[in-house]
Design a protein around this ligand. Structure first.
Ligand code: NAP
Ligand code: HSE
Length: 433
């Protein structure tokens, strides 16, 4: 006999709209292929008129959350409001009522999964959040059900569509940062507040969730190093390109013998690196497991239908599985005391200096790097043309690629160059080979 499942969608924006469309257009298909009849019993909005103008039947549109929670026909509540205000209150109310929750909300899961999971366990219902990380790419299911035989040692990826779209436009078309951001917002990739995307918070929340699942221990977002793309200068993208590098916002998680390392920052990767050709709003994640070796997942990381794909997959999973899997680790707000986190991590560097075009400058610069214990791979005066630097002085750009070094060492070298009087550091970007 076909199983009947009623759902409510909270919020009818990009993801909520895509979810409604997918569930209604594919209803018969899921009946045939999944043996489940999923009906949308309620859609919670703030403006009922606006929702009905989008073609939703009047009978299912409501602005009353209590009515949704009390509705006996609603088995699963899909949260697509976002943020940690009303969304969290509504999710908690649904879980307390014994309704399984499916959410696309990375910020809420990253910050409050412990609190939500406690309630879900108490009432015996499920909490699913595939759509919260990497849009339509099934990374969470892969971590939970695909690579559980492994100790996952490392993950590295492009996990924010907006910044990848912006960097792609800047790299391929020489677009201005602000114009590329506007396009990303129009296409529904960016968060309501794009600061979350461009400053790396969105990727930070996702990395916290993914590395916690991968390493089976809570990796709180407060332990993750974060740097966004808003200060990236188009000049560095072009200089990097001329040296054979492509700029990406990478999220990196490593489980090493020294501890857990987790970071989000703009990163140059060699043009031949597979991540260099992941463009537009596409995302990709590499996982390294001790048994399987390397796995790469690739797909659309944002947008209405790709994200709805993940939401609806969770709904189908919840509808067809009676057992619920909760975290395999101590899911607290903070990290366990015994878990170490690495902050002075290692990376190679691209450094752009503005220096005086005089005899002895190069020797001074390489001397400073040498004294700080940093070995150089390449030094290039990309152009003879003098440029105005941050201090308004006409200087020449000098681009340096270092071997792997630590954050402490590079910080010391940059401070010494700035104090040397021969030039100033204009940009420092990590490089992953
Ligand atoms: P969005 O387009 O801004 O949609 C949010 C919707 O929630 C808006 O329609 C808003 O209504 C509604 N809303 C806000 N407060 C409400 C309340 N109290 N009651 C009822 N409705 C309320 O955002 P989105 O892009 O769909 O993102 C939603 C969630 O999905 C976020 O957690 C986001 O991180 C996540 N996500 C997004 C994507 C993506 O590609 N966009 C991908 C993966 C995950 P109004 O129209 O009245 O403001
Ligand atoms: N704003 C997010 C992004 C949506 O650009 O990746 C997907 O989580």
């Amino acid at each position: 006999m076909i199983k009947k499942v009623g759902v409510a969608i909270l919020g009818l924006g990009v993801v909520g709209g895509g979810t409604y469309q997918t569930l209604t257009e594919h209803r018969e298909y899921y009946q045939k292929t999944q043996n489940v009849d999923i009906t949308v019993e309620a859609v919670l909005v703030r403006d009922k008129q606006k929702a009905m103008e989008k073609g939703l039947p009047k009978a299912i549109v409501t602005d009353n959350i209590a009515e949704v929670i009390a509705n006996p026909n609603v088995d699963i509540v899909i949260e697509t409001i976002g943020g940690v205000g009303a969304a969290k209150d509504y999710v908690l109310a649904a879980l307390r009522e014994g309704k399984t929750v499916v959410t696309a909300n990375k910020e809420m899961i990253c910050k409050y999964s412990h609190e939500l999971e406690r309630v879900a366990k108490r009432t015996g219902c499920g909490m699913y959040y595939e759509a919260s990380c990497v849009g339509g790419v099934p990374i969470i299911r892969t971590l939970l059900d695909g690579v559980q035989a492994n100790r996952v040692q490392q993950m590295m990826g492009i996990i924010n569509g907006t910044t990848n779209y912006i960097l792609t436009k800047m790299t391929q078309e020489g677009a201005e940062y602000a114009d590329a951001l506007k396009d990303a917002q129009k296409l529904g990739y960016a968060e309501a507040d794009p600061t979350n995307d461009v400053e790396g918070f969105d990727a930070l929340y996702k990395l916290s969730i993914l590395s916690s699942l991968a390493f089976h221990t809570k990796v709180p977002y407060t332990k993750i190093f974060r740097e966004g793309i808003s200060k990236i200068n188009a000049k560095d993208i072009a200089y990097g390109k001329s040296l054979g590098y492509t700029l990406k916002l990478l999220a990196i998680g490593k489980n090493t013998s020294q501890g857990i390392e987790a970071r989000v920052h703009p990163t140059f990767v060699p043009d031949a690196h597979p991540l260099a050709s992941v463009n537009d709003a596409f995302n990709a994640v590499y996982l390294k497991g001790d048994a399987v070796g390397d796995i790469m997942l690739y797909g659309r990381g944002a947008g209405a239908l790709p994200t709805a794909s993940a939401v609806v997959s969770d709904v189908i999973y919840a509808a067809t599985h009676s057992d619920v899997k909760y975290s395999t680790f101590k899911n607290n707000a903070t990290a366990e005391a015994c878990v170490k986190f690495v902050s002075d991590f290692e990376s190679a560097y691209y450094v752009r200096l503005a220096v005086d075009d005089e005899a002895g400058t190069l020797a001074t610069v390489s001397g400073i790097f040498g004294k700080c214990g940093i070995s150089l791979v390449a030094v290039s005066q990309i152009t003879q043309k003098k440029e105005l630097d941050d201090e308004g002085k006409l200087r020449v750009p000098l681009v340096i690629i270092t071997h792997k070094t630590t954050e402490n060492r590079i910080g010391k070298a940059m401070a010494k160059i700035n104090a040397s009087g021969i030039g100033k550091v204009q940009a420092a970007i990590r490089v992953e080979n």
